[in-house]
Design a protein around this ligand. Structure first.
Ligand code: NAP
Length: 478
């Protein structure tokens, strides 16, 4: 049955297996797209993951059974067993890692997964670049370069985010990187034109691999800690491009499409993050942002005023409109559930409660949305920055929970500030401001925030989860 042959008008022939394979790839591609679409809303995101995963599983199973090499041979049983074994081991490891990892360590995890994706595509391309029958040698070499630099760059990004690798910055590195990039380009062109009969070809391929790995390291090494999420997103798009290039080598539509989707999504995310931080990608790659290098500009910064839990409870309970502005500290404290409880209590008392969501609050795009969805905060209550800002002057209390940079007015009015130009949530326009944080610690950009010294601002110091718990207890007793 599987060998039944269909002949095309142009003389090409297909077996039933070929047809099943092609249709399964088409179905997988549709599932990838449906999955991506569903992932765009927190309520459907889990289902999106499921369908995209189902698409991938379908593509893997049909490839195992129906893929044929250039000589028309199916995958050998022994090779099939190795492939299935490796997939199972990888799946178990991935499952265990993902289960253990905390939300705040998600960027590290994504970085690690990017590294494995880059390594897989890079290795495929390396093996195929030795294959003298390979007719897509240029694509293969590009796949090897992008895959290997994605691997080494992502491993460095992982190390930096996890505090295992420090920033190493020297102005010379920029020139070294340009030199390496030019060398890579020259080597690719040379290997391509030298052809398969050139006897030192394999040596040059290995040199190209080594330089690409080195480039990945040196490209990520000097980038400031605050810019790491943007770089991770960029490397994510590289890993997709590397997978798509590997798909071209085998003329495999599922790999090409899956890779292009990852590449495109990563690129869009990178652009969105740069826009939300008001920085160009070039500025991210060559400029250092944050990391403590900036001083506080000289001006009268006023004084810090604290508020007690009981005063804060009264202020929040007997008011009309409260806007909660969550930030990285809420995620660190894992205070989303108790925050939702406070929201419910206030809502029961007739207070209108909304959440102001900054696009780069936290440490990854959508961080706050995911966190609050986890605590069952209705999605309708999460208002995007551009929509909440016009409302801010009418807000009675802006309750800032573990946010700092995303409410820093220096971004609007201090040209010397490294975050100048970044859009912020206009908490300073609210009638009253309560800031919940542990002390006077700085935010990601490592700069002072004059909002904390504003006449309208009161600080409620302490771990966000503890302070929220105290507020909830106090309000229940009011
Ligand atoms: P942030 O500026 O990093 O500030 C977080 C604040 O939370 C700190 O000032 C800290 O002050 C406080 N905090 C930490 N642990 C806490 C705890 N357990 N309880 C209470 N407070 C705690 O956070 P953000 O306002 O969310 O801004 C995000 C930053 O990340 C921006 O600079 C953004 O550009 C950058 N970034 C984000 C993304 C992204 O995709 N989301 C990407 C790239 C860059 P204390 O130490 O005093 O408690």
């Amino acid at each position: 049955m599987m060998n039944e042959i269909f002949s095309m008008a142009d003389g090409r022939t297909f077996s039933t297996g070929d047809v099943i394979l092609e249709y399964s790839y088409l179905l997988a591609a549709i599932l990838f797209v449906v999955g991506l679409k569903l992932q765009s809303h927190p309520n459907t995101a889990r289902r999106g993951n499921f369908w995209a995963g189902a698409g991938m599983l379908l593509a893997i199973i049909t490839t195992l059974f129906f893929h044929k090499d250039n000589d028309g041979n199916f995958i050998k049983l022994f090779n099939g067993i190795i492939i299935v074994g490796v997939i199972l081991v990888g799946s178990v490891i991935g499952f265990l890692i993902a289960r253990k990892v905390k939300m705040t360590a998600m960027p590290q995890l994504v970085s690690f997964f990017n590294a494995t994706g880059g390594a897989a595509s890079g290795l495929v391309a390396l093996m195929e670049s030795y294959n003298l029958q390979n007719r897509a040698i240029l694509v293969t070499l590009l796949g090897m370069v992008i895959g290997s630099l994605t691997f080494s760059g992502s491993m460095i990004a992982y190390g930096k985010l996890d505090g295992k690798v420090g920033d190493i910055f020297s102005p010379v590195m920029k020139y070294v990187n340009i030199f390496l990039l030019l060398t890579i380009t020259v080597l690719v062109i040379f290997i391509f034109y030298a052809g398969t009969s050139y006897q030192n070809r394999n040596v040059f391929i290995l040199v190209l691999l080594g330089i690409s790995l080195l480039y990945g390291v040196l490209f990520v090494m000097p980038i400031g800690g605050a810019d790491m999420p943007v770089v991770i997103s960029l490397l994510n798009s590289f890993s997709g491009i590397a997978a798509a290039l590997a798909g071209f080598i085998y003329n495999n539509q599922a790999m090409i499409l899956g890779g292009i989707l990852v590449g495109a999504a990563g690129t869009i995310l990178t652009v969105l993050m740069c826009k939300a931080m008001n920085r160009s990608l070039l500025n991210v790659i060559v400029g250092a942002f944050g990391g403590g290098g900036y001083g506080v500009s000289e001006k009268d910064i006023g004084t810090i005023k604290e508020i007690s839990v009981s005063d804060a409870s009264v202020l929040l309970s007997y008011t009309k409109k409260v806007v909660i502005i969550p930030g990285y500290g809420l995620a660190v404290a894992q205070a989303q559930h108790i925050c939702s409880e406070l929201d419910n209590l206030l809502t029961e008392k007739g207070v209108e409660v909304k959440y102001a969501i900054h696009p780069v609050a936290g440490r990854m795009p959508g961080h706050m949305n995911v966190l609050l969805a986890e605590a069952d905060v209705p999605y309708e209550k999460l208002i995007e920055m551009d929509n909440i800002n016009p409302e801010m002057p009418t807000v009675d209390v802006a309750l800032i929970i573990g946010a700092n940079d995303v409410v820093n007015p220096s971004a609007l009015n201090d040209k010397s500030s490294p975050i100048y130009g970044m859009p912020i949530i206009n908490a300073h326009e609210a009638k009253n401001i309560i800031v919940m944080k542990r002390g006077m610690g700085k935010g990601y950009a490592a700069i002072e925030n004059y909002l904390f010294y504003d006449d309208k601002t009161k600080m409620l110091f302490g771990n966000a989860k503890d302070s929220l718990q105290k507020l909830v207890t106090e309000i229940k007793n009011l």
